[in-house]
Design a protein around this ligand. Structure first.
Ligand SMILES: Cc1cc2nc3c(=O)[nH]c(=O)nc-3n(C[C@H](O)[C@H](O)[C@H](O)COP(=O)(O)O)c2cc1C
Length: 446
């Protein structure tokens, strides 16, 4: 039994699953994109498994061709999480919102409202937004990176300032003395930055966890600094254990530089499991999902990954002995070594691709035990503090993960058997914070 246990977050996307072809899976509810009952069922399944949080990635743009693929984004993450807040009791509710294309007052108000509505289970993944098509929806280009991140610091600090604009005991509810609140404890914040400003206070009292938890995702050295200073959880996208360990160390160092304890920041590694009764069945499921994928383009990309000029004509054949002798993993794509390893096992190129070697997170297509083994290996190698799970298809994936994978992790002592408490902070092991972290604001004044 290990004492350190993993944090699990389940990703919610457009409603069908992480794979663009998930909407076609036999048994899937074709209306999942807009059917709130369906989302509630998935959230309740994850909560049955004691999963710490649900996470909705988001970019405010329709950035895909819907001819064959279902939408990647939720119709509106805040509204969806508000629905889920009413139908769940313990699971954390985290979504992305842009620091570039939102005003801090709106962010502070909406997330704190969600935090109060959910009794202390809200989290904000603060991202700067890098997609020009998303920027176009707000009538402006993506600002230069340095400016974008300067604004991000200001926005997060103002949001946290506003969250703290009611002291913890400001709400009196004293009927006898006719005092609803203590206005001496509800104060403006008067924060003025170069890009944004807010007077405050917010019209919202503290939640059961005080205020929402900050998350962060990606973004090189600028992103690391945001994570190190403000985040309790970080979404990362490593492909190998070595890569993950390096990312986690960089994150821990960034937290230390900000004057924080590195254990306060939990790195969740993205992971895409396909769970089936056998490896063969898992591969068949992924071949079906790949029917809506542009495989010609993927074969060419696979070729670039392993240094061979591959074309669609070879889709249903494995690499020849000569090709295998010439193949070299590309140093530019961290997925390449795994792609070549799978190709060396003699699979056809269609099946190499079905193993998920070109997906945006590491993929394990196999049994529940295969999935648990991968998670155990990464976790015990200190490659992450937990996982952000992107299930290929939700309609059967949530129950498969909860009923088959989680019991194995629990049996191995790797995952908790009960929620630590009613709030997201308690379940993440996130430190108490109300308003700005004094360690961070202290730094700003120096
Ligand atoms: C695991 C992971 C999850 C991400 N989730 C989102 C998201 O939900 N929305 C978004 O706009 N960007 C998301 N990003 C993108 C990053 O926030 C960041 O914008 C990107 O890494 C580019 O960095 P830049 O903003 O410095 O150009 C994510 C990145 C990673 C690695």
């Amino acid at each position: 039994m290990t004492s350190r246990q993993m944090i699990l977050g389940m990703q919610f996307s457009g409603g069908y699953g992480a794979e663009p072809g998930a909407w076609r899976l036999p048994g899937a509810n074709l209306n999942s994109y807009t059917d709130m009952d369906q989302f509630v069922r998935y959230a309740q399944s994850a909560e049955r498994g004691k999963v710490q949080l649900l996470f909705i990635a988001d970019t405010p743009v329709l950035d895909m061709d819907l001819t064959h693929h279902a939408p990647r984004q939720a119709i509106d993450p805040m509204l969806l999480l508000t629905v889920l807040a009413r139908e769940t009791k313990r699971i954390g509710l985290v979504t992305t919102a842009s620091t570039t294309f939102n005003e801090p007052y709106n962010l502070a108000r909406q997330f704190k409202a969600l935090d109060v509505i959910s009794h202390g289970r809200a989290g904000w993944n603060a991202v700067t937004t890098s997609d020009p098509a998303a920027a176009a929806n707000f009538g402006s280009p993506v600002p230069p990176r340095a400016e974008k991140y300067e604004r991000a610091h200001e926005v997060i600090q103002i949001v946290q300032g506003l969250w703290g604009s009611w002291e913890k005991d400001a709400l009196l509810l004293d009927v006898e003395n006719k005092r609803y609140a203590d206005m001496g404890k509800i104060q403006p914040v008067n924060l003025q930055g170069r890009h944004v400003a807010s007077r405050g206070p917010l019209p919202i009292p503290p939640s059961a966890q005080g205020q929402p938890v900050i998350f962060q995702a990606g973004g090189g050295s600028y992103g690391l600094e945001i994570a190190g200073r403000y985040a309790s959880g970080v979404y990362a996208n490593p492909y190998t254990i070595e890569d993950a360990r390096a990312q986690r160390q960089a994150l821990r160092d960034a937290a230390k530089r900000a004057g924080r304890d590195p254990d306060e920041v939990k790195m969740l590694a993205g992971f895409m499991p396909t769970i089936a009764p056998s490896r063969q069945a898992a591969l068949e499921r992924r071949r079906f999902l790949d029917e809506v994928v542009d495989l010609d383009q993927r074969v060419r990309y696979l070729g670039a990954m392993i240094g061979l000029p591959l074309g669609p004509g070879q889709l249903d054949r494995p690499l020849t002995a000569d090709q295998l002798a010439d193949a070299v993993p590309s140093p530019h794509d961290p997925r390449s070594a795994r792609a070549l390893e799978v190709a060396r096992e003699g699979w056809t190129l269609r099946d190499v691709i079905a193993h998920g070697v070109i997906d945006y997170h590491p993929v394990v297509a196999g049994t529940a035990a295969d999935v648990a083994d991968h998670m155990q290996q990464w976790f015990e190698a200190a490659a992450c503090d937990g996982f952000s799970i992107a299930l290929d298809g939700f309609h059967d994936g949530f129950d498969a993960f909860v009923d088959q994978v989680i019991p194995i992790l629990q049996e191995r002592g790797l995952f908790h058997k009960e929620y630590e408490g009613p709030t997201l902070r308690e379940n993440l092991g996130a430190h108490e914070q109300y308003g700005l972290d004094p360690r961070v604001s202290q730094q700003d004044r120096s």
